[in-house]
Design a protein around this ligand. Structure first.
Ligand SMILES: NC(=O)CC[C@H](N)C(=O)O
Length: 505
């Protein structure tokens, strides 16, 4: 039998679609159903690498995990990664396809995209009981509608029951629901079977009149109101950066101050998430010398465009400031693009990152990077090289990069990878280090060792609390999210639409 479909669309971006899809995946999976997430086209700089080395949106990887299945590129057949203003890398079925400007993407590629998407959908329809589809942005962008391949076109293709999610936290929730529905065609409006109001923080009684009004006005049931939930699940893209719970260190509360550079093209920023869970650690995003302060640890995260973001960093005067902090004892850690910047020279002979100009790096590590056209995307494992913390410690993560980096003088690599390559580098005084491995800090024991090393350097006691493994934490978060959904949403109605029996019936 062909899978049934439910689709989560939003009144705008960042209303919480991804998390709600994640919750549905876990709820259906708990019922013993074979459920799969799907988003036809994702525009995001947070990626996930599948087992076979394909690159998809991070959210679909996470949703697959909540659904208790292995992520594949069919779950997000098209991924757009903005690399310059108006230019995105187009990834098809997990592999680099081409770089395209927005205009030609819309005028040429959209036609090519539909067959690619259809093929993936059909495959999932054959293999699963339920598809949880995620829309993109809002379905009511009338200027883009004929080229919108992520919203109503997908609902039609899969005959999905659409749930419209509105965000009450930002205000204007009634207008956004009514306005979105008003801008849909009749058949599209008919496919909207329910409404969810998300991120509610107020008193429920005060909302009841409003809900009644919406139901009367639209004829569509409000399936529930989801209270705001601070759940530890990775964000889909950089829009979430502004709402992330970045903790501002006050000396007593957070004795360890971690600063993360907020590059304009920051990618896989969820890499730093584990620091939020470390006792005594405050995490800040920094984009100027003024904000930099005197952190104990400075993280240069990944970036879609190392060359442009390095230029930005220099323009902001951050190069000199970072140099000073290094002399004052700040520990500096670069991941992927951030690691490349820590080197001495960056070469881009084929203009794959920028316009082909070469650049001087921050020269904090004697390494050089050459950007190549062929992209490396792979899940990887390695061990810390000798003498770094507890050497021989096993670490896993994933690589997504064009750059190839070589060590220039007597310097140790950071990791010895299981495929025989060496990765990253660490300065002889252990103060500056870099790696290509995204997800490095999700090796929670490693992160604890790093934090404890900083604590020791500052004369503080080590944190002794047990380290909970990352997979345990994620499981907890998926279960929390699922019970949040079940407690607040009328699931019976949804099971009826899908013509599925509930456990109780
Ligand atoms: N993921 C990253 O940080 C990528 C770094 C750089 N843009 C590269 O492709 O090599």
């Amino acid at each position: 039998m062909k899978a049934r479909s439910i689709m989560i669309q939003g009144t705008s971006s960042d209303v919480g679609k991804s998390l709600i899809c994640t919750a549905f995946c876990r709820v259906f999976s708990n019922k013993g159903l074979r459920v799969v997430p799907f988003k036809s086209q994702n525009m995001a700089l947070n990626s996930y690498v599948t087992l076979d080395g394909g690159e998809i949106g991070r959210a679909q990887g996470v949703q697959a995990e909540a659904a208790r299945i292995t992520a594949t590129t069919d779950m997000n057949p098209i991924l757009l990664k903005p690399k310059q203003d108006m230019v995105s890398e187009v990834i098809v079925h997990g592999k680099h396809f081409l770089d395209m400007n927005a205009k030609s993407y819309r005028s040429q590629f959209v036609q090519e995209a539909m067959p690619i998407i259809r093929k993936s959908v059909e495959k999932l329809q054959d293999e699963y009981d339920i598809i949880v589809l995620e829309g993109a942005g809002s379905p009511a962008e009338i200027n883009l509608k004929d080229r919108d391949i992520a919203n109503m076109r997908m609902a039609k293709l899969t005959d999905a029951a659409v749930i419209l999610v509105a965000d009450i936290d930002r205000g204007g929730v009634f207008a956004s629901i009514i306005g979105t529905l008003a801008l849909l065609d009749q058949d599209e409006r008919d496919s909207v079977k329910g409404i969810i109001i998300n991120k509610f923080r107020g008193m429920r009684e005060l909302l009841d009149d409003g809900i009644e009004w919406v139901e009367k006005e639209t004829g569509i049931p409000v399936l529930g109101v989801l209270p705001y939930l601070d759940v530890n699940i990775e964000a889909e893209d950089s829009l979430a950066l502004s709402s992330l719970r970045f903790k501002k260190p006050k000396k007593a509360e957070f004795p360890i101050d971690v600063a993360v550079l907020r590059f304009p093209r920051i990618s896989n920023f969820t890499d730093v998430d584990p620091f939020f869970d470390e006792p005594g650690v405050g995490v800040r995003l920094v984009s100027s010398v003024h904000e930099l302060g005197n952190p104990d640890l400075l993280i240069l995260p990944g970036t879609k465009n190392t060359m442009e973001d390095l230029e930005w960093l220099k323009r902001m005067g951050l190069d000199g400031a970072i140099d000073e902090r290094r002399k004052q004892g700040t520990m500096i850690f670069g991941i992927c693009g951030g690691f490349q910047m820590l080197g001495t020279k960056l070469f881009d002979p084929d203009a794959v990152e920028g316009d082909g100009e070469n650049a001087e790096g921050l020269s904090l590590l004697p390494v050089e990077t050459v950007f190549q056209a062929e992209k490396k995307t792979v899940q990887m494992e390695g061990v810390l090289s000798a003498g770094i913390m507890e050497s021989q410690m096993n670490l896993n993560g994933f690589e997504i990069h064009l750059g190839r980096t070589t060590l220039k003088s007597q310097i140790r690599p950071f990791l010895l990878l299981k495929d025989g390559r060496e990765d990253g580098a660490i300065s002889n005084d252990n103060q500056v280090m870099g790696t290509y491995l995204h997800g490095i800090f999700h090796n929670r024991l490693f992160t604890r060792l790093l934090v404890n090393q900083i604590r020791r350097n500052k004369g503080l006691d080590e944190v002794k609390e047990n380290v909970q493994s990352d997979s345990e934490r994620r499981e907890e978060a998926y279960n929390l999210l699922a019970s949040h959904l079940e407690e607040n949403i009328d699931m019976d109605t949804i099971y009826q639409w899908l013509q599925l029996e509930t456990a109780e019936s």
